[in-house]
Design a protein around this ligand. Structure first.
Ligand code: GMT
Length: 376
């Protein structure tokens, strides 16, 4: 198959899923064309089946806001025509679904029909998509998609609850490449961060409000009052300064390190004992899955798709959003030497359910279904 993938090329979860999916499809022999405004972070060109087409956004003094969506539609039209794509797969509805719809309409006038699949990832539905200024376009372009997928049952339900969707939504969960995300021997790294054998807690996110990083700090402070621990904060985003100030106010800075954005997050996860994800909304929780694949148990909120991943009392614990006392109690339980090994083992076992080998065929089959439906 000759597939076009449209996504955000940044560190966000949807871009990671799209890139890893493209790489896996290329390994299976499909030709995969990424259409984005810069090169996706995790993309490499080891496989000759991978191509990258950059969306050029020319600006003009009249534009306070350069019309990215038009430039994207134009680029899609160009790539579909000249690379003879069979199918488009767009990740994150806004504005990718409406850009794909526009491109499909333009191409139809030239006798070309390019079906497009929209994958809903989370905030495109739960946060941004609900904004009244976007909602009509989001609803329209989702309904105009030839196929729709969502990354969890919870997101599928929320989409039907909040938008007038007239088509079926297929749930295809996030996945993990276990050959990359597996426990690695990084003892020297652990020794440097935890010289006195402290337990190591980790949080990774894009430091947006929705991630509730302040709860990570509160839970960490509570645990630190009882046992020796260190905290690694990975990622960057708008809340980072607030969080840095908060750790100063709490007096916990000596035991916390801000690592910024990391390319090889698995190296940090491999030496960690506990992952904390207290998000207000989380449609799946890819970062938690990456931690679990490195044998790290998870303390999370029970929002969105998290209960579909994190098994309460087995791979970690779920608490109500903002219930930092419950999260602290659960974390202290997991971190006991007699409990930790079984939680670690269970986390890895659960991650194996989301191995890319299991999930990739779900996408390939869906692509086939959509292409067959076009022909009848
Ligand atoms: O806010 C983020 O976490 C980034 C966002 C994205 O679209 O880039 O992530 C969403 O998609 C991920 C991949 O499908 C999911 O694992 C995350 O749970 C989801 N984030 C939220 O729902 C907040």
């Amino acid at each position: 198959m000759n597939i076009g993938i449209v996504c955000y090329p940044t560190y966000g979860g949807s871009g990671v899923v799209a890139t890893e999916l493209g790489k896996a499809l290329a390994k299976m022999g499909h030709k995969v064309h990424f259409i984005t405004y810069s090169q996706p972070t995790r993309l490499d060109f080891v496989n000759p089946n991978l191509y990258y087409h950059e969306v050029t956004i020319n600006t003009y003094p009249l534009f306070d806001y350069p019309p990215y969506e038009l430039a994207l539609s134009g680029k899609i039209v160009d790539v579909v025509k000249y690379e003879k794509l069979d199918l488009l797969h767009v990740h994150y509805a806004i504005p990718h679904a409406s850009a794909a719809y526009m491109a499909r309409e333009i191409l139809e006038t030239e006798g070309i029909y390019i079906p497009f699949i929209t994958t809903l990832h989370g905030t495109d539905i739960t946060l941004v998509g609900k904004d009244p200024s976007y909602e009509p376009v989001v609803t329209f372009s989702i309904n105009k998609s030839d196929g729709i997928t969502a990354v969890s049952e919870s997101l599928r339900k929320e989409t039907f609850d909040h938008f007038k969707i007239t088509k079926e939504i297929r749930v295809i969960p996030n996945f993990i490449d276990l050959s990359r995300f597996s426990k690695q021997k990084k003892d020297h790294f652990k020794k440097a961060i935890c010289p006195n054998d402290e337990k190591l807690i980790v949080h990774t996110s894009n430091f947006r409000k929705v991630k509730r990083v302040e709860d990570v700090l509160t839970v960490f402070k509570n645990i630190r009052d009882i046992m020796p621990v260190k905290l690694l904060l990975v990622g960057d985003g708008p809340e980072r300064m607030i969080i840095e100030n908060m750790c100063r106010e709490l007096g916990t800075c000596d035991d916390i390190r801000f690592l910024g954005k990391l390319e090889h997050i698995e190296e940090v996860l491999s030496v960690s004992d506990l992952f904390v994800m207290p998000s207000e909304k989380e449609s799946f929780g890819l970062a938690a899955l990456e931690a679990m694949a490195c044998e790290v148990p998870v303390i999370s909120s029970n929002t969105g798709g998290l209960p579909e991943l994190n098994q309460h009392g087995i791979t970690g614990f779920l608490s109500n959003v903002g219930d930092v006392e419950d999260m602290t109690k659960n974390a202290l339980f997991i971190l006991q030497d007699e409990n930790l090994p079984r939680f670690k083992k269970a986390a890895l076992k659960r991650a194996e359910d989301f191995s890319i080998d299991k999930i990739l065929p779900l996408y390939e089959n869906f692509y086939e279904e959509i292409l067959v439906a076009q022909k009848v």
